[in-house]
Design a protein around this ligand. Structure first.
Ligand code: NAD
Ligand code: USQ
Length: 388
């Protein structure tokens, strides 16, 4: 298959590009390298030494013999170029990772709120409009988030996208219907993913666009079988207060001797997935497209759920790190339960990497190895949901 990877220079996109290329698919990365610009804006670098995109592509050619295409396009702005690219390359599928993905970054200021909405919503709508304009039957696979559901405490297992309801219709009685699960985003970033869902539902209905939306949990880990093959292929590892996600942050904090930064009581339960399973899920989604005319195919891309304080305890037991509960900079429930259905991926053959299996490797091979690159002043989360 020919596959365009939008956002293919990022944390999830880069290993996905390599994984699909390794399987023999023809891959073109499209990325405006905005994530690297944001590192400059925040004066922070990935804990791992990531190579420039051209070096990455050259290294992959050397170790695998395979060629990766690359186009530097801003999907929120370069619309005509995107249409031309689709018409020229005629991809079977486009995987859309290309959005500003950090909740704390999206809450930093009104500029960051507006940038995140403008960037993410325009990128998604431009992609859909371009697919329609190209006249091609391209399968769009989008990386959404578990955060669109909110983190329910009512004990109902979160279904995969749609909620089956019974409507009491006059003169007809009870009628079964599936409705899009009511969204309840917890940040401006998560809100853009809720808006993306409506954009996709519309294009699937109006233009019979084939869309798979993957509601992914928090990705942890760094390396995949492909990114390990040469240090120039190494994946990024974010640990700073804006982009670092909770488990990778705890692993890095343990390595540098920084007390683990648990927000509030640490009673927040979240869904997780290892980066190795992310790339496998994308492979499964790309190779199992929905039929034309179907509604958006939504799958929950998660393998396990954990409470933040339990993760801190686990990392502490593994490494001897101390735990430092702190005021929560976010507006979120202090405690929540979370039960998530993920039957679709299990049925397609996903064999999840469990936390216990990968944690120690991550500490030794990434956090310990690259801790000399850490800037401890960038660890605190300074972005507040409600300004004081
Ligand atoms: P990332 O920031 O590392 O990568 C995103 C890439 O998209 C970057 O390389 C960036 O330069 C590019 N990009 C952003 N806006 C663009 C634009 N307008 N035009 C072209 N390129 C653009 O993020 P990630 O962690 O790889 O996440 C990828 C996707 O997966 C995001 O949509 C995110 O919402 C979703 N997701 C991530 C996680 C996670 O834990 N990392 C979890 C769930 C969902
Ligand atoms: N948290 C801490 N300490 C920290 C960092 C975070 O206690 O040092 C807490 C947060 O308050 C929150 C939880 O950990 O309750 C998760 O925070 P996170 O930064 O790991 O994850 P989140 O902001 O939800 O965003 C990440 C990705 C995003 C993706 C989302 C999936 O950045 O792109 O969409 O995970 S999900 O959480 O399932 O919606």
């Amino acid at each position: 298959m020919k596959v365009l990877i939008l956002g293919g220079d990022g944390f999830c996109g880069w290993p996905t590009a390599l994984h699909l290329s390794d399987l023999g698919h023809d891959i073109i990365i499209v990325d405006n390298l905005s994530r690297r610009d944001i590192d400059n804006e925040l004066s922070v670098e990935s804990l791992t030494p990531i190579s420039p995109i051209q070096t990455r592509i050259k290294a992959w050619k050397e170790v695998s013999g395979k060629t990766l295409g690359f186009e530097n396009l801003d999907l929120s702005k370069d619309y005509a170029e995107l249409v031309q690219l689709l018409v020229k390359e005629k991809p079977d599928a486009v995987v859309h990772f290309a959005e500003q993905r950090a909740a704390p970054y999206s809450m930093k200021s009104s500029w960051h709120k507006r940038y995140t909405v403008d960037n993410n919503i325009s990128a998604t709508n431009n992609l859909c409009a371009a697919v329609v304009e190209s006249g091609l039957d391209i399968h769009v696979v989008h990386l959404g988030t578990m955060g669109v559901y909110g983190y329910s405490s009512v004990g109902l297992p979160i279904p995969e996208g749609y909620l089956p309801v019974k409507l009491d219709v006059p003169n007809k009685g009870l009628v079964d219907q599936d409705i899009l699960y009511p969204t309840n985003p917890g940040s401006i970033y998560h809100m853009t993913k809720s808006l993306d869902q409506i954009i996709f539902a519309y294009y699937a209905k109006n233009d019979q666009m084939r869309v798979t939306d993957l509601h992914q949990g928090i990705v942890w880990g760094t390396q995949t079988d492909q990114t390990k093959r040469d240090e120039r292929l190494i994946n990024r590892f974010d640990y700073d207060g804006d982009y670092g996600t909770v488990l990778n942050r705890f692993l890095m904090q343990a390595a540098v001797g920084y007390p683990l930064t648990v927000h509030g009581t640490g009673g927040q339960t979240r869904a997780f997935i290892h980066i190795k399973d992310t790339v496998r899920c994308i492979e499964l989604a790309v190779t199992n497209p929905p039929a034309k005319g179907n509604k958006v195919h939504i799958m929950n891309q998660v393998t396990e759920t954990h409470r933040v304080r339990d993760l801190a305890k686990l990392v502490s037991e593994l490494t001897g790190a101390t735990i430092k509960p702190m005021d929560n900079p976010r507006k979120e429930d202090a405690e929540n339960d979370l039960i998530v259905r993920n039957d679709n991926f299990l049925k397609l053959g996903l064999n999840p990497t469990k936390l216990e299996a990968g944690l120690l490797e991550e500490v030794k091979e990434i956090a310990e190895k690259y801790k000399h690159r850490a800037d401890l002043t960038r660890i605190p989360c300074e972005s507040l949901w409600v300004k004081k």
